[in-house]
Write a protein that binds this ligand. Structure first.
Ligand code: ZN
Ligand code: ZN
Ligand code: ZN
Length: 82
């Protein structure tokens, strides 16, 4: 099955993943409606065709040693409050 690959930055201290770009991984199957090899180009009515995409996969292209922007703001606010 086709699935989306989400490229992004992974912030190790808080464990958050910030998406930068998304692209599709083609499964190259002729019976998958999302594939470029899909045999029914327009108006596919075949019951044997796959109409579901697999869960997206996270691909950390950058690993950051600092917290993400949201978490940085949150900790700053907490420090200001205390
Ligand atoms: Zn596919
Ligand atoms: Zn089809
Ligand atoms: Zn975070």
């Amino acid at each position: 099955m086709c699935h989306n690959i989400i490229d992004g930055r992974w912030h190790t201290p808080c464990g958050h993943f910030i998406a930068i770009s998304t692209h599709r991984q083609d499964c190259q199957r002729p019976n998958c409606v999302f594939s470029r090899r899909h045999v029914h180009l327009i108006g596919c009515t075949s019951r044997s065709c796959i109409r579901l995409m697999d869960l997206p996969v996270r691909n950390p292209i950058r690993i950051s040693p600092t917290s993400c922007a949201d978490c940085t703001i949150r900790t700053t606010l907490q420090l200001m409050r205390s």
